[in-house]
Write a protein that binds this ligand. Structure first.
Ligand SMILES: C[S@@+](CC[C@H](N)C(=O)[O-])C[C@H]1O[C@@H](n2cnc3c(N)ncnc32)[C@H](O)[C@@H]1O
Length: 252
């Protein structure tokens, strides 16, 4: 088993408490779900890449979609399967999705599942081949610079985190996981521009504190989430969130 598998296996049962139930994560996920609702139609076939324990599955299934979900962590898949048995699951690395039976109307990868490798040219081609004409990619990645993180660290009189281009080693479940951060526009140009049009970039957590921030008063998060969504649509702020959702459409 790789460190990646062991690390995410170790946190599978506690993922909701540690990450998903945090008010900022919930606010950011709501924004992603608004875009799913806007673009997807009942009966369409969707692939959830790096699905984790399935925090998007209830929503996607609730939209009347046919969902196939993959993750490299067996424990994550086991948890998702026990909670949402109507989706179809595979334990696999996202570089192996070319083995799946397409075509899909959309491929989603939410909340940083893709930040575990540096290069995406080949993966973009695999997605192109798996999608219907005009099919959509929803890719939510961790960015290279987070404005709110920078400001909150300064207010705490702590040295600001500069995520930058170099990978950082994060501890997940006690295992070291290499993590790369991307600028949304350069990432799109480097790997996806050949086959996909960029529909939009939605920054998330431009005003909201980052999900790991210890203080998350619910009333403040509620107050900030609307303005965060609006500012997160405006260039250049849309590249400065904790995460950025890129929506891409397969070119004919
Ligand atoms: C932060 S969680 C995101 C989970 C979920 N998509 C969400 O919205 O909360 C990251 C997930 O990505 C998965 N992952 C990371 N690298 C992967 C890879 N190369 N192939 C498949 N899954 C991967 C991990 O196993 C983990 O379950």
């Amino acid at each position: 088993m790789t460190d990646l598998q062991q690390g995410f296996d170790a946190i599978a049962l506690d993922y909701d408490r540690q990450f998903n139930e945090r008010p900022v994560t919930q606010a950011m996920r709501t924004t992603v779900h608004r875009w799913y609702r806007h673009f997807l139609r009942p009966g369409q076939k969707v692939l959830d890449v790096a699905c984790g324990p399935g925090p998007d599955l209830a929503f996607l299934l609730g939209l009347g979609l046919e969902v196939c979900a993959i993750d490299q962590s067996p424990e994550m898949v086991k948890r998702a399967q026990s909670l949402f048995p109507t989706a179809l699951y595979h334990v696999m690395d996202y570089n192996q999705i070319g083995q799946l039976k397409g075509p899909f109307d959309a491929i989603c990868a939410n909340f940083g599942g893709l930040n575990t490798q540096a290069q995406f040219e080949d993966w973009a081609q695999v997605c192109f081949d798996l999608l219907q004409p005009q099919g959509l990619l929803f890719l939510n990645i961790m960015t290279q610079f987070c404005l709110s993180e920078f400001v909150f660290r300064c207010l705490q009189l702590k040295r600001p985190h500069l995520r930058g281009k170099k990978p950082r080693t994060l501890q997940v479940g006690g295992f070291p996981i290499e993590t790369w951060y991307f600028n949304p526009y350069s990432w799109y140009r480097s790997a996806f521009a050949k086959g996909f049009d960029l529909v939009l970039v939605q920054g998330q957590g431009v005003l909201l504190p980052p999900p790991a921030f210890p203080l998350q008063p619910k009333a403040l998060i509620r107050l900030l989430s609307g303005p965060d969504r609006i500012l997160g649509r405006c260039y250049p702020f849309n590249q400065w969130g904790d995460h950025a959702l890129l929506i891409l459409r397969k070119r004919q």
